[in-house]
Design a protein around this ligand. Structure first.
Ligand SMILES: *[C@@H]1O[C@H](CO)[C@@H](O)[C@H](O)[C@H]1NC(C)=O
Ligand SMILES: *[C@@H]1O[C@H](CO)[C@@H](O)[C@H](O)[C@H]1NC(C)=O
Ligand SMILES: *[C@@H]1O[C@H](CO)[C@@H](O)[C@H](O)[C@H]1NC(C)=O
Ligand SMILES: *[C@@H]1O[C@H](CO)[C@@H](O)[C@H](O)[C@H]1NC(C)=O
Ligand SMILES: *[C@@H]1O[C@H](CO)[C@@H](O)[C@H](O)[C@H]1NC(C)=O
Ligand SMILES: *[C@@H]1O[C@H](CO)[C@@H](O)[C@H](O)[C@H]1NC(C)=O
Ligand SMILES: *[C@@H]1O[C@H](CO)[C@@H](O)[C@H](O)[C@H]1NC(C)=O
Length: 775
């Protein structure tokens, strides 16, 4: 291993040397040129911007002999202005100094953040199906959800349009045809579908091939799953080969879906996502759902982040954007999609678990987790071996123990059940399963504490995962006998699992690496073991259990699955409160979220500790309560513009983005960000020696005209929190009231202090969470 580390080290140094060479890279690459609000500095013709100004700009930069590059790959002109094109580094940097250009950045690659769940939110958290208002049916049918993802499988029963009325007249989108997608694939449920060529125009990598024959059809499954979770129609008796059986439905089963295919299996081009957002806004969607993000390791600036840019302009046009927080947990600073105008969603488990029982030769049994449709039974036992004892020649035991590719001796694994550990999570469960399967073993037992809350889907191969405690007992058993045997039984479902929700181990955690003065993630929603529509399984042997029909549903986990739950909930609220802005809907879902589980105890993480707001945001959404929140925090464009000022962007760029003639406050600084009217409070630094820090918030009454609220503060010992006034009296003519919250930390514990301020009024409780870092 030593030489390899050294090699890596040399390689690393070499690549730094190459990068730091004075000559910039002259190979043209796909770049995004972002030019702010579409109305700010250009003339419109029929609401469209002439391409010619952008082409002129390009031809002033690109040498004439390379005129073939004077072409727009994507052109942004509806909600915001700009384009993408093939540019060298020096051309990009010349353009970025140009008047009217806000930012220029290389097209980034973004990643996909890959029935029962809605009933879970319902039955245990208040939204029972029978309680759903009758008028929801026709009302919600006017809400249009744009899903930017891998496309859609239109034949899925989740996208049938029975009982849904005419397409709303505000819809201006299209149903694009492709070689395997016809206009007739759209209907009154799936009202629009678009796809984009040049998904990876320039990435140079062979694997990221442009699809020659484009189509909105989903060939990955991710987009079909997320769209049906947000707004799938009811499908009776849905299941994944008998698992998770029940009625499948989206959060807003009568809302309309428009699919924007901006991603493939390899990921998503940022330039294309930006184009899809621009189109969705123009097409007339109400809510955009994006289960995609940049890597948490390479988080760029807000103005180099296509989702942040697109969502800003969506918000400006009254379109809500809901995004996944990412799957890079449980480490801190892993949350992505953290702009304050984005609704950022963490993932929780639901009250259902998939167990696959392990039976050892000595009669002991263990409840492992995992999904497998194998046909092993109690009656036959197989030899059980530990990976390191069946290592191939010259392979270190540490690799065989972890079931690395090429590490097992096939002659010793054939016909056995192999035990693997996961000490270095560089090789995924999927790879380990393939390694063991390829070694002609009968099955795999994986010892891995970290992801055992997320059932792995191993198709028909016997698979079961246990934590360290059970794993140790299994290894001891192998040690104790020359003749260790075991079997792995097919998966059974455990419903009404307690406790739940729990914060999923993979869910990305706050605080945000970009600014700790906004609390992120915002909320949590179900994201493990979610049953939703799927593309038909491949023809590979083993992907469909013997004797079964291919399933049109599948069980998936990820914040990708949590995001569309919030999208569906937001559509549900919007269908009843038509005039509410995106920030009012967001506030309603945040201040009514719950931090208690189905055992009436505080929500925990997978290590059984009470979870904090950097893990779950303000808590698990509760859509029915959110219909009637009492008070809401309206975060408006003025707040977002102040945010941009405080964050440090130039007034020129902010004017270009906001279409207003703003001047930033002279004393703009990052700590003032805590003061924008957000439904939670986060303070990056509260010095012990400083005097109290004062934060302002304004609430809007959306309940009865005459209402009185009293503040109740819960704060950790030592942190002094005062609310003034601590009584809010609303009446006719007094619909909005401001209050101040002061934080004084002389006696507080160092580090993050979490607490809540709750406004109690009649039946309402308006829950606001704070996170204060005392230094
Ligand atoms: C549901 O499906 C199962 C098998 O998948 C079948 O036995 C049952 O009759 C179905 N029930 C209904 C109501 O269709
Ligand atoms: C759970 O929370 C505790 C206390 O904050 C922390 O030490 C632990 O690492 C967390 N576990 C996970 C899986 O996030
Ligand atoms: C497996 O056994 C066969 C026959 O004994 C032998 O030819 C082969 O090299 C062995 N393979 C490995 C990986 O040891
Ligand atoms: C199994 O035995 C080996 C030595 O024979 C020892 O190193 C290892 O710790 C034992 N494992 C367990 C789980 O008892
Ligand atoms: C090993 O165990 C199996 C079942 O537990 C038994 O059928 C077999 O005879 C045993 N073999 C030896 C050599 O003990
Ligand atoms: C910033 O300056 C304005 C006007 O100069 C003043 O009213 C405001 O209190 C200042 N804010 C802070 C936080 O110092
Ligand atoms: C609110 O209170 C005012 C003054 O007490 C009263 O005149 C008015 O009728 C009340 N309005 C409602 C809707 O209860």
């Amino acid at each position: 291993m030593e030489w390899f580390t050294q090699f890596l080290h040399l390689f690393f140094i070499a690549s730094i040397l190459i990068r730091s060479k004075a000559i910039p890279n002259q190979i043209p690459k796909h770049h995004v040129v972002y030019m702010g609000n579409s109305a700010s500095n250009n003339i419109h013709i029929n609401g469209q911007m002439p391409d010619s100004t952008h082409l002129e700009l390009l031809s002033s930069i690109i040498p004439r002999r390379e005129s073939e590059r004077i072409a727009l790959i994507h052109h942004y002109s509806h909600a915001f202005s700009g384009f993408s094109a093939m540019l060298t580094e020096s051309e990009a940097s010349a353009l970025s100094g140009h008047d009217g250009v806000v930012s220029v950045f290389p097209d980034p690659i973004l990643h996909l953040h890959t029935t029962r769940s809605w009933d879970f939110l319902a039955s245990d958290l208040g939204m029972k199906e029978r309680d759903t208002p009758k008028y929801q049916q026709h009302l919600s049918s006017d809400i249009i959800i744009g899903v930017i993802d891998t496309g859609i499988w239109p034949e899925s029963p989740s996208f049938r349009d029975e009982g849904i009325g005419h397409i709303p007249s505000k819809w201006k989108g299209v149903c694009m045809e492709g070689h395997d997608f016809k206009k007739s694939n759209c209907n009154r449920k799936l009202i629009g579908a678009r796809y984009y060529n040049n998904q990876f125009a320039s990435s140079g990598k062979k694997t990221l091939t442009t699809e020659v024959r484009g189509s909105p059809r989903d060939s990955v499954g991710h987009g079909t799953h997320t769209a049906s979770t947000a707004a799938g129609a009811r499908v009776e008796n849905a299941s994944y080969y008998g698992l998770a059986q029940g009625t499948a439905r989206g959060g807003s089963p009568y809302a309309r879906i428009a699919a924007y295919k901006a991603c493939s299996e390899e990921g998503c081009s940022g330039a294309t996502i930006l184009k899809a957002i621009d189109d969705a806004i123009r097409d007339g969607v109400d809510i955009i759902s994006i289960s995609i993000g940049l890597s948490s390791l390479f988080q760029s600036d807000f103005l180099d982040d296509p989702i942040a840019i697109g969502a800003f302009h969506a918000e400006q046009m009254g379109v809500m954007v809901v995004c996944s927080a990412g799957n890079d947990g449980p480490d801190p600073y892993t949350v992505v999609n953290t702009a304050p105008w984005i609704f950022t969603v963490a993932a929780s488990n639901i009250d259902r678990n998939f167990q696959s029982t392990i039976v050892l030769g000595n009669g002991k049994t263990f409840q492992g987790s995992g999904i497998n449709f194998a046909s092993l039974t109690h009656s036959k036992m197989y030899p059980l071996v530990f990976g390191e004892k069946v290592a191939a020649k010259f392979v270190p035991a540490s690799e065989a123990r972890n079931c690395y590719p090429g590490s097992l001796d096939y002659n010793k694994t054939a016909g056995n059940i192999v035990v693997c550990v996961n000490e270095y999570p560089t090789v995924s469960r999927k790879i380990k399963k393939l390694v063991v399967q390829d070694a002609r073993a009968i099955g795999i037992i994986l010892i891995d504490e970290d992801s055992k809350d997320v059932s792995f889907d191993a198709d028909v191969f016997p698979f079961s995962q246990v934590g360290n405690l059970e794993g140790h007992q299994i290894l001891e058993y192998i040690n104790s006998t020359k003749n260790s045997t075991a079997t792995i039984l097919p998966t059974s479902e455990v419903s009404r699992y307690r406790p739940s929700p729990i914060v999923a181990s993979f869910s990305s955690r706050g605080p945000s690496g970009r600014t700790e003065n906004i609390l992120k993630p915002d909320v949590m929603a179900p994201g493990t073991g979610i049953l939703a529509a799927m593309i038909p399984p491949s023809n590979e042997p083993g992907s469909v259990p013997i004797g079964k029909k291919p399933s049109m549903f599948a069980i998936k986990s990820g914040t990708s699955m949590a995001c569309p739950h919030v999208t569906g909930a937001a559509a549900f609220i919007k269908s009843i409160h038509r005039k509410w802005s995106p920030s009012m809907i967001k506030s309603a879902l945040m201040t009514t979220a719950t931090t208690y589980n189905n055992m009436r105890k505080p929500v925990t993480n997978t290590s059984n500790y009470i979870s904090n707001p950097h893990e779950m945001g303000v808590g698990e959404i509760n859509p029915l309560r959110a219909l009637n929140p009492g008070l809401v925090f309206e975060t408006d464009m003025k707040d977002y513009i102040r945010f941009l000022c405080y964050y440090g962007y130039s007034p020129k760029n902010i004017r270009s983005m906001s279409k207003t003639n703003i001047k930033c406050p002279r004393n703009s600084s990052e700590d003032l960000i805590s003061n924008i009217n957000y439904p939670s409070i986060s303070i990056k630094t509260l010095k012990r020696e400083q005097k109290a820090k004062v934060i302002t918030r304004t609430v809007t009454n959306v309940g009865l005209l005459n209402a009185t609220y009293n503040a109740k503060v819960l704060s950790p010992e030592g942190l002094v929190v005062n609310v003034t006034p601590n009584k809010l009296v609303f009446s006719e003519g007094v619909g909005r009231i401001s209050y101040k919250v002061s934080f004084y930390g002389k006696e507080a514990h160092a580090g993050y202090n979490f607490g809540t301020i709750t406004w109690l009024g009649g039946r309402h409780y308006v829950h606001t969470v704070f996170a204060v870092n005392v230094k």
